[in-house]
Design a protein around this ligand. Structure first.
Ligand SMILES: NC(=O)c1ccc[n+]([C@@H]2O[C@H](COP(=O)([O-])OP(=O)(O)OC[C@H]3O[C@@H](n4cnc5c(N)ncnc54)[C@H](O)[C@@H]3O)[C@@H](O)[C@H]2O)c1
Length: 451
């Protein structure tokens, strides 16, 4: 399932041909490897107005062993190497006129950004603004960051984190994620933090050590990748799938030293069986990943009730029922629990032939948003990830033309890998991600669809 076109475009001959013909040149993305530094080079931090996060950001990066450069000066002087990250603290914005400061910092810094670099902007949310002018200035960053994402080349990404007053302690985990190789295929995204207690520090290479994680649909595809990344990050994984997938489920569980649980998540007794299993075998659960999903595509006018009902049952109702059962069962959902629900780009943009699927996946986004306050009260979180075009066995079977077009319609000009979805879910599952709640993070390379 290698990307032949990307490999060709990055070969000596291919580079010349694609340049001459003006064809897309997708980069080899920087993906996370355990033990790898957060960034392959220095970072430069600037501010627009009197920002309140600059010192904390500098401190955070220094703790990670990253050299922090001063911004490029008016005469163009710099202090050395090209930056691997350009970070703007825009928490000082008061009016649209202050955005000129953002431009003055970003333009020369982004020009020097090295390949697979990161642009990250932190700002206050527009919803907390004191005046329409302040809200306008903050909202302007949304358009700015999405446009930078579309202009960047060579596998670089741009993302925005809104940090309300009081949520300053929550920035470390998202900043680390967006700078690291874990976010390789997350581009043009906006995440809004909320104030939350930060449960202690975590082990850098094994942030999920000691955690019990349930992953549904873990026998293959994205679910198997999630199970592997969770185990790599230290979690004990309870891998769930239907009995018909028992052999591959057992293979995944054995490979990662986890447990296999054969369960059709739509069965009437599924929530109770899962709750009992977790209580008896593991004494509770810390992380629940609702990944199992199906498609039964047909145009709406031709869609029978069976197609509609089966997709709703697996993709949405099972997530609701299992989550409710875990909340209701005393002492099963551990403190600081993390629930991550798999949605889809189709749930945001819609897709021809997928009224059932898109409705179910949009429903997941609504569910997560609505449940977030109740989870916050329990010091827990619930979030969604919405994958775009992910290269799986399923997409490998698509006709070449459809696959090539589908996989290139994003700022990174390539499909994502199951591991990209898994890394984002593993990040949301970390103890330090306490301030990310009720959010939907797209893993779509800044898809042009429904962006
Ligand atoms: N592949 C993509 O490009 C893509 C894009 C957007 C969203 N998604 C979503 O990501 C998730 C995983 O997708 P995938 O491509 O790996 O799919 P997949 O079909 O390869 O794997 C889904 C797994 O879920 C299991 N499953 C189905 N019904 C189940 C049930 N009732 N009980 C328990 N397990 C059940 C299947 O047996 C299978 O192992 C799905 O929710 C899908 O909608 C995928």
């Amino acid at each position: 399932m290698s990307d032949w076109y990307r490999d060709f475009a990055n070969s000596g001959f291919g580079t010349t041909i694609t340049k001459q013909l003006g064809l897309p040149r997708p980069a080899v993305l920087r993906r996370h490897e355990p033990g790898q530094p957060l960034l392959p080079g220095p970072a430069v931090i600037g501010s627009a107005g009197e920002g309140r996060l600059r010192d904390a950001l500098t401190q955070l990066l220094r703790t990670e062993g990253i050299h922090v450069q001063s911004p490029v000066t008016a005469d163009g002087a710099t202090d050395g190497e090209k930056p691997a990250a350009v970070i703007l603290d825009a928490t000082g914005l008061r009016t649209p006129a202050d955005l000129a400061g953002a431009h003055d910092f970003l333009a020369p810094a982004v020009k020097r950004l090295r390949a697979t670099g990161r642009v990250l902007i932190l700002a206050d949310p527009p919803s907390d603004a004191d005046s329409p002018a302040q809200a306008a200035a903050r909202q302007a960053l949304d358009g700015l960051v999405r446009s930078i994402g579309k202009e960047l080349l060579n596998g670089s990404t741009a993302n925005l984190v809104f940090v309300p007053e009081g949520a300053e302690d929550a920035i470390a985990s998202p900043v680390r994620f967006f700078l690291s190789g874990r976010s390789a295929y997350v581009d043009g995204q906006v995440v809004t933090l909320s104030a939350a207690d930060q449960p202690g520090s975590e082990d850098g290479d094994q942030p999920l050590a000691g955690k019990v994680a349930v992953v549904t649909g873990a026998a293959r595809g994205i679910g198997a990748a999630i199970a592997k990344v969770m185990a790599r990050d230290g979690a004990h994984v309870v891998a769930v799938d239907i009995p018909a997938a028992g052999d591959s489920l057992a293979a995944v569980a054995n490979e990662i030293g986890g447990t296999a649980l054969q369960l059709d998540i739509t069965a009437d007794d599924a929530p109770q069986r899962l709750v009992e299993h977790l209580r008896e075998r593991h004494g509770g659960v810390d992380i629940v990943v609702h990944n199992a999903g199906i498609t039964r595509d047909k145009l709406l006018v031709n869609m029978d009730a069976a197609r509609w009902n089966s997709v709703m049952a697996v993709n949405l109702q099972a997530q609701l029922d299992i989550t409710q059962a875990l909340l209701d069962a005393e002492g099963v959902l551990n403190q600081h629990a993390r629930v991550v629900c798999v949605s889809s780009q189709s749930g945001i943009a819609g897709n021809r032939g997928q009224t059932n699927y898109a409705a179910s996946k949009a429903g997941v986004i609504g569910m997560v948003r609505a449940w977030a306050p109740a989870f916050a009260e329990r010091k827990a979180t619930i979030n969604a990830v919405a994958p775009g075009f992910i290269v799986t066995e399923m997409t490998a079977k698509m006709p070449l033309g459809t696959r090539e077009v589908g996989s290139r319609l994003n700022s990174l000009q390539q499909g994502g890998l199951p591991v990209d979805v898994a890394e984002t879910i593993a990040w949301l599952s970390q103890p330090g991600s306490a301030g990310v709640n009720g959010q939907t993070v797209r893993v779509c390379g800044q898809s042009l669809l429904g962006a």
